[in-house]
Write a protein that binds this ligand. Structure first.
Ligand code: FES
Length: 126
């Protein structure tokens, strides 16, 4: 019998489990995590938007810096868009597409995830 993933705001026991679904409120704080990425480790995050969860590398399309303006805070004040804290680029939470600003058409890198059994899982490391 396998152990259930952690529900705390820490690295989960299962390498594929990111966090508990209950941690992600609609348009609320995101959950930061790391994954293997092109031979190294990369920062990433997962958020909930319009009832669905979405995960992206935590890397702006303008300059490869992390987006959050406070740890885990990715949404703009309207809670409709993701915003880069550095220069204010706006992204679509559902697709990661650049909607305006210095991202200049360069969207976020989408990560494959699924939500099941009360948890969010990375389907595969890229
Ligand atoms: S680094 Fe994100 S908009 Fe410039």
């Amino acid at each position: 019998m396998s152990s259930p993933p952690n529900t705390a705001n820490t690295r989960p026991q299962s390498p594929a489990a990111i966090c508990a679904s209950a941690l992600l409120e609609e348009g609320g704080s995101g959950f930061r995590f790391e994954l293997d990425w092109r031979g190294g480790r990369a920062a990433a995050f997962v958020i909930r938007h319009q009832g669905r969860v979405h995960a992206y590398l935590n890397r702006c399309g303008h300059v490869p810096v992390e987006l959050d303006w406070q740890p885990g805070e990715f949404f703009d004040p309207s809670r409709l868009y993701l915003v880069c804290a550095t220069h204010g680029a706006l992204y679509d939470p559902a697709t990661g597409n650049c909607l305006g600003g210095r991202c200049d058409g360069r969207g976020l890198v989408v990560l494959p995830i699924e939500e099941r059994d009360g948890h969010i899982y990375l389907i595969e490391e890229i």
